[in-house]
Design a protein around this ligand. Structure first.
Ligand SMILES: [Mn+2]
Length: 373
């Protein structure tokens, strides 16, 4: 069993860190110092060059498959997982008989739909494929413990960057939780195999790293930055912009009319209740839009979806906490919480004891004002 959990031996980037005298304790190291030192002692492998170690990893991955294999690549479809699946198709091209990418979840986010359509990513719903017809199964950007459907499948290879949540018996396991994006790991595999990604693949990987690291404002390692820079020249950045922008349906524009005519301003706060909405996603779009307005401290946008009042909170997160406010107002009535700058509450309408009355923007304002200074 080859297990590459948390970095196998001296990785290329680590070597890079040493070369450029970037101290590991500055957080750019690929594995905790203790583990790294332990491994260093055990394997005495600090002379492995950047390419050999990543190459070894790639060869071990390749050794799992034969030319007769029909391969199933399972993902929980989001940009990172989609990009990784494409990269695996590239890595295994000419090395296996066939490959199918399957996902259990519905792809609803328009940004993701745009990515799939414009890059023409061939996908199947996991429920529509016969898993046992595939000789080999790969799970990427996820772990079996993440979803019950994944738990039922015996994977031959797992490549992921989420925190390790189980002990997996797969032939090949490469889990590096410190990585900002799984696409960075796949980028390293491609480079190790001297495989220059096509514009489409590079665009997918580039977009994935942007999404998973939130434009490097979230946790990432030096490896993510290096991979990002490498892809920068090959990726189609206009296409990436297109994926990022596509988050509104034409049919949803009408909600902006409602939101603006309902808009109530008071003490640097915006309130707007939209009534029934087809999807709560539009409430997020509108709250984000209103949050662009200068000198506005708080934005509260609500709507009704499937018998629930959904409230979206936005603020700048500076000396404020949207999560805490959402909880103060709504936690006794339903579920509420979030981050400093963004939060959400969902309350069954029955809990609001409205009687015959409808929920309104002024009701939203009243409820919030009670809990705000
Ligand atoms: Mn990911």
């Amino acid at each position: 069993m080859f297990s590459i959990i948390d970095g196998d031996g001296c990785s290329g980037i680590l070597k890079f860190c040493q070369k450029s005298k970037i101290k590991e304790d500055r957080g750019e190291c690929l594995m905790p110092q203790k583990q790294y030192m332990a491994r260093k002692k055990k394997e005495k492998c600090c002379h492995v060059t950047a390419s050999t170690s990543a190459k070894k990893r790639l060869e071990r991955f390749w050794s799992v498959f034969t030319k007769e294999d029909d391969v199933l690549i399972c993902i929980n479809a989001d940009p990172d997982a989609l990009a990784c699946a494409l990269a695996i198709k590239r890595l295994l091209r000419y090395r296996v008989k066939s490959m199918v990418i399957a996902h259990p979840n519905e792809i609803r986010r328009l940004n993701n739909v745009a990515m799939v359509e414009r890059l023409k990513i061939p996908l199947e719903r996991l429920g529509n494929v016969k898993v046992r017809n595939f000789a080999k199964k790969i799970l990427v950007d996820s772990q079996p413990t993440h979803l019950p459907v994944f738990e039922r499948i015996e994977f031959d290879a797992i490549i992921d960057h989420h925190p390790l949540t189980g002990k997996y018996e797969s032939t090949f396991v490469d889990i590096r939780p410190e990585y900002g994006a799984c696409s960075t790991m796949l980028g390293e595999y491609l480079r190790a195999g001297n495989m220059k990604p096509s514009a489409a693949l590079a665009t997918a990987l580039f977009y994935a790293i942007k999404v998973d690291t939130q434009d490097f404002s979230k946790h990432s390692v030096l490896a993510d930055g290096i991979c990002f820079r490498y892809l920068f020249n090959v990726a189609n950045r206009n296409l990436v912009k297109k994926f990022e922008l596509a988050d509104l349906r034409r049919s949803e524009l009408k909600y902006f009319n409602v939101a603006l005519s309902e808009l109530t301003y008071s003490k640097g706060r915006f309130y707007s209740h939209l009534g029934n909405v087809r999807s709560p996603d539009i409430l997020v779009n509108i709250a984000d839009f209103l949050n662009h307005v200068d000198k506005i401290d708080w934005v509260l946008v609500s709507g009704i979806h499937k018998g629930k009042l959904v409230v979206i909170f936005r603020c700048d997160g500076y000396r404020k906490s949207a999560g805490k406010l959402a909880a103060r107002i709504f936690s006794e009535l339903g579920s509420a919480g979030g981050h400093k700058e963004a939060a959400r509450a969902e309350v069954p309408l029955d809990n609001l004891s409205l009687g015959d009355k409808e929920f309104t923007t002024s009701a939203l304002k009243r409820m919030a004002t009670r809990h705000m200074k």
